[in-house]
Write a new protein. Structure first.
Length: 203
């Protein structure tokens, strides 16, 4: 190895449901995107981890509930495996989550509820309270601890969020606009909207 003593920031990425972690590689071309930005000094080279949190497209919503202790697994078991096996920077500001659609929800939820672990969260066409797939209701979607507008208002986690919604993806636009007024310092939120485009991976 050229840099055996170097440590790296970490990005944990969540897929949508139905979806697959391979979407990041095959459709979003995340490797090419990251390396392009690294080569142009727009970002540091990161460790990227894409856990399977929707086995067989089961809509777990990444929460602790009937479908399993997913939030706990992400923030304890997965976290421990990453820090034990990979050369990570320990500072929470070197850790970020990202995700699209249901994965965008997971990203926002995990980062907001665990600001001791993550400094940043990215939501692409996501939402800010559990939204179970049709016929896959697992737990109470109005569970207060998973209402991120309330988390923002009451806990004010010290993290930076970036959220994107396509202009023709009305549910994502509405979810983001509803969430925005709840955010106050030290939480920060940067939003981006495209004029067109729906709820599709190419967008």
């Amino acid at each position: 190895m050229e840099t055996p003593d170097r440590s790296y920031p970490v990005v944990v990425g969540f897929p949508g449901v139905p979806g697959s972690t391979s979407t990041y590689r095959d459709e979003m071309k995340i490797n090419e995107l990251v390396m392009h930005n690294v080569k142009n000094n727009a970002m540091q080279a990161p460790i990227m981890v894409f856990p399977q949190v929707f086995p067989n497209n089961a809509d777990t919503e990444c929460v602790d509930g009937k479908s399993g202790q997913w939030e706990t697994w992400i923030t304890t078991d997965l976290r421990s495996w990453i820090t034990t096996n990979l050369r990570t920077i320990s500072d929470r500001k070197a850790w970020a989550t990202t995700g699209y659609s249901a994965g965008g929800w997971c990203s926002a939820m995990v980062s907001m509820r665990h600001p001791d672990q993550y400094g940043w969260g990215i939501s692409l066409a996501g939402y800010f309270a559990p939204e179970y797939s049709k016929d896959q209701l697992q737990d109470d979607p109005k569970d207060p601890k998973y209402q991120l507008d309330k988390v923002a208002q009451e806990q004010k986690p010290d993290i930076g969020l970036w959220a994107f919604a396509a202009g023709q993806d009305q549910p994502a636009v509405d979810a983001l606009n509803k969430f925005k007024p709840s955010v106050a310092a030290p939480t920060s939120l940067v939003t981006s909207f495209s004029q067109t485009g729906g709820h599709r991976t190419p967008v």
